[in-house]
Design a protein around this ligand. Structure first.
Ligand code: SF4
Length: 164
């Protein structure tokens, strides 16, 4: 979830990171500061980082709150794995609802996709989706999606983002 667009929308390079090398490794680094979007293109189907030895600083440094709690002995491994499985189910539900609405923007993070979908509902820009679903169905799905995102963000804030 650290690399697939659930927790983060991008990774910003830090002093010492080699943007040229990352680009040569196929990373879509962009901008003056240098960053790349999530879901990360280096994340393999097997959930491993394709450029692990050369991953940028942020990727090396990040440890989620749950991991920190396990390291500190405040949470055992089994309950931590249970929380991860349950959170992944919440994220899967969000992604499924996005697809049901008709959003196919799989290359963007969950937060970016949700923001863009919300703007389309707010501005009534949903004609393309009306070919597959009625307006009532779409607004119902958007309501479900909003609740699912709220639930997901709740657990991410509580269990995964380190304080501060
Ligand atoms: S570079 Fe590797 S560790 Fe960093 S976000 Fe991508 S897959 Fe994850």
């Amino acid at each position: 979830m650290c690399c697939n667009g659930v927790l983060f929308r991008d990774v910003e390079l830090q002093p010492g990171d080699d943007a040229g090398k990352l680009k040569a490794l196929g990373m879509p680094v962009r901008g003056k500061v240098g960053k790349f979007s999530q879901p990360c293109t280096a994340l393999g189907e097997d959930c491993r980082c394709r450029i692990y030895a050369d991953r940028p600083t942020r990727c090396r440094q990040f440890e989620c709150l749950l991991l920190l709690d396990v390291i500190a002995g405040e949470t055992d491994v089994d309950p931590a794995l249970k929380i991860i499985r349950s959170t992944r189910r919440k994220a899967d539900k969000v992604l499924k609802l996005m697809r049901e609405i008709g959003d196919t923007n799989e290359k963007s993070s969950v937060s970016v996709r949700f923001r863009k979908i919300g703007i389309r509902f707010e501005t009534g820009d949903i004609d393309a989706w009306l070919e597959q679903k009625s307006e009532e169905e779409l607004y119902d799905l958007f309501g479900q999606l909003t609740l699912a995102v709220h639930e997901l963000n709740g657990v991410l804030n509580q269990k995964f983002y380190p304080q501060g």
